[in-house]
Design a protein around this ligand. Structure first.
Ligand SMILES: [Zn+2]
Length: 108
């Protein structure tokens, strides 16, 4: 018997299945990297943890990483450290807070 289901019939199921897969891969990736910020030890909120590349990146883990196979993601994770959002911003930008305040006041 031919499957009579259409994409429209399964749309919500498929969207949820993809979201679940991406969330599972993200959790697996976080666990692989130790489950906490490797700089300050933060581990309270999974959504506040990010991957920082310490070597040339082939792709962003969070951007399109979870559309790839686990083995591909795992190889890319070898190039990354796990950081909390605050530590990640500090490492990426290194703008001292007093300098930002000085710039803001200069503009006003
Ligand atoms: Zn941190």
């Amino acid at each position: 018997m031919k499957d009579q289901r259409t994409y429209a019939d399964r749309r919500e199921y498929l969207i949820q299945a993809v979201a679940n897969r991406r969330k599972t891969l993200r959790l697996k990736a976080i666990e692989l990297k130790g489950g906490k910020c490797q700089r300050c030890g933060y581990d309270c909120c999974m959504e506040a943890l990010e991957f920082h590349h310490t070597a040339n990146k082939n792709f962003g883990i969070s951007a399109k990483g979870y559309t790839r196979s686990w083995n591909t993601v795992k190889k890319e994770l070898d190039l990354c450290i796990l950081l909390c959002a605050n530590c990640h911003r500090e490492i990426e930008h290194r703008t001292p807070i007093n300098l930002r305040k000085a710039t803001k006041h200069a503009i006003i």
